[in-house]
Design a protein around this ligand. Structure first.
Ligand code: ATP
Ligand code: MG
Length: 576
């Protein structure tokens, strides 16, 4: 493609709303344009990257016998009522009404549609297992669309669904998909790891998320030398240090004027934050509940929502706290009889002589022992795992890194098949609900994640396997006929060898072209300037390292082919 004819509207300035490098660079390199909050157009460079990622996904899935289909975006309400998710999916589901007042959802995921297909058309055990996938635009009304296509409201996803006779067959396909995912991300040139994950709104029993390592990632992953890795949302907590052998002291109410937060109360009373109990009041759908955790730890809302089996979990407001707990925000506590349910983190069970709110303005209790002084409705793991916590597998201290979730695989079991009465006919004639798996990859998020992983101050650095072009050919003297004729020939020569070239033939200054080339991030640049041309040489620049190689005219094709092969070798050595 000649740059002069290409639609690549690069920008000099950083867009004001962009918070992370991938968002900034995708806008600046002319890949992306915003239409509304979380809604983007993919311009030619982005579309080429998307196509490359999709090709890798298709090749790997086709290789394990997964077949491509395409399902509707528009889902009738009745379908989502069959699974029960019309009511529980919550505000993230985009809903609309047609001219006959019939309600629909724009598909955020397709378990319902595919289960219905299976219900009618995959009846015999002889047809199982079967694994189907599609690549399609998904809609989710994210509460906080941000970071460009990283978390948008309309995005491209590859989603696959498998149907099985039994758990053993599901496990086998799950492993095949897990391995295919590892290969897909490695072939995209990305460093990724698979971690144990929460099943979230999709449900089921077992799940792994594929994380691309990046500082700006929204997920925190805890991992251990022994190989254990889980998102901090999902990592199980092993017992924290506990003072269960301390002498139990009598409950005492103390005056704590204007001291509400953990920091204020612990400083005022001269006790460590870990000796405090935070009482957090939530509105869980329409119920108010209080969750108790240790003062030095953060609550994990995913664990709370899973435990309560609720769709919407919000902090109660000060007015709601006053109305439903008859207490005062900042001084809520667990001691005595309560009007709402109290659920406490397991770690608090044996802790003695703790500090809690006293349900009275400016007062706290000292020496609280929950088992003695409160009525706890249930004990549960509610806290967020942190770096330094003990590994649930081997007990060593875990470390942490940040990551971007690019894909997730789930063993759904019979959750959807049972809800939708989707069964197959077994060998003995009985009707049995399918075992199901589902598997997603965010195609557009993967594109952004790659930039997050590979960029520098000047721009993007594409891995060759997903780069919009293999080579950028830069003519520094487009007004010089000889040089231009030479560049035109190199352009043709490379294209004849199926090397995809962006040819910067624009009548612009050298510095301007170099800036654009670095910004766009094609892995290999061929630079043709007057000086080198006179010596029958060109300069080849490797975008990633900045390394420059001088190359004789007649060696160009050979050199470029070798460089491309080498880049693919680098990538392929991580594909297992
Ligand atoms: P998240 O936890 O980031 O909201 P999710 O777990 O809800 O994502 P899945 O249902 O597992 O997402 O969807 C499969 C894949 O689709 C994700 O791994 C991610 O790559 C991609 N994805 C999900 N939501 C978005 C979004 N809002 N924008 C872009 N990609 C998304
Ligand atoms: Mg997910």
């Amino acid at each position: 493609m000649r740059f002069s004819r290409a639609f690549i509207p690069t920008l000099k300035e950083k867009p004001a709303e962009a918070e992370i490098p991938s968002h900034t660079l995708m806008i600046r390199s002319g890949m992306l344009r915003k239409l509304g909050s979380g809604i983007y157009s993919y311009l030619p460079l982005a579309k080429k990257v998307i196509n490359h990622i999709e090709t890798i996904v298709r090749e790997e899935l086709d290789a394990i016998g997964c077949q491509e289909i395409l399902m509707p975006v528009l889902h009738p309400r009745e379908l989502w009522e069959m699974s029960g998710r019309w009511a529980v999916y919550g505000p993230e589901l985009m809903r609309l009404t047609d001219r006959h007042d019939r309600e629909f959802a724009l598909g955020p995921t397709h378990e319902e549609v595919i289960t219905l297909i299976a219900k009618y058309d995959i009846k015999s055990y002889k047809k199982l297992p079967i694994n189907l996938y599609q690549i399609q635009t998904k809609f989710r009304d994210e509460i906080r669309p941000r970071f460009g296509v990283m978390r948008s409201r309309e995005f491209i996803m590859k989603d696959a669904y498998s149907f099985h006779k039994d758990k053993k067959s599901l496990q086998k396909t799950y492993e095949d998909m897990y391995n295919a995912y590892s290969r897909i991300f490695a072939r995209c040139g990305l460093k990724s790891v698979a971690v144990e994950a929460d099943v979230g709104a999709i449900g089921g029993s077992s799940s792994h998320e594929f994380m691309v390592l990046a500082e700006t990632g929204e997920s925190e992953v805890l991992h251990c030398e022994c190989g254990y890795a889980a998102t901090s949302e999902n990592a199980k907590i092993t017992a924290l240090d506990c003072n269960e052998h301390d002498e139990m002291i009598k409950l005492e109410k103390v005056y704590t004027p204007e001291r509400k937060s953990v920091e204020e109360v612990s400083a005022f009373l001269g006790v460590l934050p870990k000796k405090l109990i935070k009482t957090i009041v939530y509105k869980a759908d329409d119920n108010f509940v209080a969750i108790l955790i240790r003062g030095d730890r953060e609550i994990n809302p995913v664990k709370v929502a899973n435990f309560l089996q609720c769709v919407n979990l919000e902090f109660a407001t000060e007015d709601e706290i006053a109305e439903f707990t008859h207490s005062t925000a900042g001084f809520v506590g667990p001691v005595g009889k309560k009007s709402i349910k109290l659920y406490a983190d397991l770690n608090l069970k044996f802790m003695r002589n703790m500090v809690t709110g006293a349900d009275e303005k400016d007062h706290h209790y000292k020496n609280v022992h929950l088992e003695r002084d409160a009525h706890i409705d249930a004990w549960q793991d509610f806290i967020q795992a942190e770096k330094g916590d003990k590994c649930p597998k081997c007990g060593k201290a875990m470390s942490s890194f940040r990551g971007i979730e690019v894909g997730q695989v789930f063993q759904l079991g019979d959750k959807y098949s049972t809800a939708m009465e989707a069964t197959y006919d077994a060998e003995d004639g009985s009707a049995i609900p399918y075992q199901m798996g589902c598997y997603g990859i965010g195609i557009t998020r993967t594109m952004a994640a790659s930039i997050e992983q590979f960029h520098d101050k000047d721009g993007i650095i594409w891995p060759i396997s997903i780069s919009p072009y293999d080579v950028e050919l830069i003519n520094l003297s487009p007004s010089d006929e000889d040089i231009t004729e030479f560049c035109d020939n190199v352009y043709e020569l490379l294209q004849d060898e199926f090397i995809d070239v962006l040819y910067d033939d624009r009548d612009e200054k050298a510095g301007f072209k170099f800036k654009d080339a670095d910004l766009i991030g094609i892995p290999i640049h061929i630079i043709v300037g007057k000086k080198s041309f006179e010596q029958e040489m060109v300069e080849i620049k490797i975008r990633k390292t900045g390394e420059k190689i001088t190359c004789a005219f007649d060696d160009i094709l050979n050199r470029i082919t070798m460089l491309i092969d080498k880049m693919y070798d680098e990538i392929n050595k991580n594909v297992t």
